[in-house]
Design a binder for this molecule. Structure first.
Ligand code: AMP
Ligand code: MG
Length: 487
């Protein structure tokens, strides 16, 4: 374990030079206080949990101090936002502080979000509000605990610095960790500005740092693109299987590592609804829950376009065709597990799709609780309990008969089935209303609730005595909260 001041850095991205990022110092926020820290994320940097109690911790992550080896820089990128191309975006309010190398030899980017204005801020104030910082913190650490590939979050620091959104709020900072902050939009920026030399340098950096095994392939660039596509398909399969709606799938929010990135107005589904739009500003539903699959494919095509100087178009096309089958296979695999099925049978895809259609009809089935309850008792008994949440009862009973027959062919003991299903079906999920409650407490200066919710959501599959209230369906007021894009 290390002390806060003992971290070692190796700033590979910074060394790429000024074509890729600009040196900018963080602008501190006033009266910083630590809101919440993740011991699991600290461990990635070899930091003991107690380091968060050091007053220097809040100082560092509020922009007052820097490690000697840090090289804070704002990255340049562009991207397709809601389908239209924006030629220049970049880190408008976040800084890559540097890359920490841990004892295992892993590199972790330290990215301070809300660190003040940069050359890429456009009209923005360079700040992040407490509300959105808490939301990103909770989601990052929770998705990780659910087994969904994601960036991580080390801590949130609150302040007295006022910022204006729809109302006056307070500035906060979030420390994000990821093996890389390179987005699809990085490649698009160098492609569309016709800086093909820099495009190659960027790609070679990503290859060497994050896809070194592709370097030994016949066509390293193509191998890398294929892997980005595979990882993205896996990530989307997880989102769909667990009811996660990202909300802003612009190409500048798509990580080259296929990890969930840039949390905005995201939501986990409460009642299942394939058409759910979690982003209040998404008028056409471009990023609705079910559209996440075609949109990911579209985003990969946008990345492929940016790689045309390095990879033959036909090969990119062929690779893109792999997306849907890969996604479907991962999704079916995850859904089988959620249904307690270990083997694969011909009719499984249809069994899953019929279930989702039944849920869709009534829009009254709590997507998380359904699977948890299904595992809690033997299939025949469980079906009579979950049945109440369906509208087409005849349809559900027919599905239930097929599910019973299918489960019987698995032939597992109920105790073993329960353990297996509970290990993949969370009891606790980050519902918007839970986030809303702890945000309101934190805005009033009480950080107890956000810390407790974080602790509960870090072990989503475990029964946690005394924490039952976090496993409830939302109250009526909490069902249709409008989460805006402003952050
Ligand atoms: P996002 O919606 O957070 O993915 O951000 C899209 C773009 O807007 C990125 O280039 C951000 O850096 C920039 N941006 C978002 N909020 C702000 C802000 N408050 N100040 C400056 N830039 C911002
Ligand atoms: Mg973004």
């Amino acid at each position: 374990m290390k002390h806060l001041d003992e971290l070692s850095f190796d700033n590979r991205f910074a060394r790429l030079g000024d074509a890729f990022s600009t040196e900018v110092l963080p602008e501190p926020i006033e009266q910083p206080r630590l809101v919440v820290a993740s011991a699991a994320a600290m461990a990635l940097l070899d930091l003991a949990p107690g380091e968060a109690d050091d007053p220097a911790f809040a100082q560092l992550f509020a922009g007052y101090q820097l490690w000697r080896q840090a090289e804070p820089r704002a990255m340049v990128y562009s991207g397709h936002q809601f389908g239209g191309y924006t030629p220049r975006l970049g880190d408008g309010r976040g800084l890559l502080l540097g890359e920490v190398v841990n004892a295992a030899g892993e590199h972790w980017d330290l990215h301070l979000k809300g660190a003040g204005q940069t050359p890429y801020s456009r009209m923005g104030d360079g700040r992040a509000v407490l509300r959105s910082s808490i939301r990103e913190f909770l989601a990052s650490e929770h998705l990780h605990a659910l087994g969904i590939p994601t960036s991580r979050a080390l801590c949130v620091t609150a302040s007295s610095t006022p910022v204006w959104r729809e109302r006056q709020e307070r500035a906060a900072m979030l420390l994000r960790l990821a093996p890389s902050h390179v987005r699809f939009g990085h490649f698009e920026y160098f492609y569309y500005t016709r800086q093909h030399e820099q495009l190659k340098i960027l790609g070679e950096h990503v290859l060497a740092s994050h896809f070194p095994h592709c370097l030994t392939q016949d066509e390293p660039w193509l191998a890398m693109f294929r892997e980005v596509l595979e990882r993205t398909a896996q990530m989307i399969a997880h989102w769909q299987a667990y009811g996660f709606c990202h909300g802003v799938m612009n190409t500048d929010n798509m990580s080259i590592l296929g990890i969930t990135f840039d949390f905005g107005p995201y939501a986990f589904l409460d009642d299942f609804d394939a058409g759910h739009i979690c982003n209040h500003s998404d008028d056409t539903g471009r990023y609705s829950f079910s559209n996440q699959v075609p949109v990911a494919h579209w985003n990969l095509a946008a990345l492929a376009q940016a790689l045309t100087p390095m990879i033959e178009v036909d090969k990119l096309r062929q690779t893109l065709e792999l997306f849907l089958p890969l996604y479907q296979a991962h999704h079916l695999d995850l859904m089988r597990r959620r249904l307690g099925l270990c083997t694969a049978e011909e009719g499984d895809e249809e069994l899953v799709q019929r279930l989702l259609q039944l849920m869709q009809q009534g829009k009254a089935t709590d997507y998380t609780l359904f699977f948890r309850r299904l595992g809690e008792r033997a299939p025949n008994e469980a079906l009579t309990i979950v049945r109440d949440d369906f509208v087409d009862l005849a349809g559900f009973d027919a599905w239930g008969r097929d599910y019973l027959a299918r489960s019987a062919r698995e032939g597992s003991e109920q105790a073993e089935r329960l353990a297996r299903m509970h290990a993949v079906n969370p009891r606790y999920i980050l519902r918007n209303y839970l986030a809303q409650q702890v945000i309101e407490a934190a805005e009033a200066g009480d950080y107890g609730p956000v810390r407790e919710l974080h602790a509960v959501l870090a072990r989503p599959f475990d029964e946690q005595p005394g924490m039952e209230r976090y496993a409830q369906r939302p109250p009526d007021w909490g069902k249709h909260l409008e989460i805006s894009c402003s952050s």
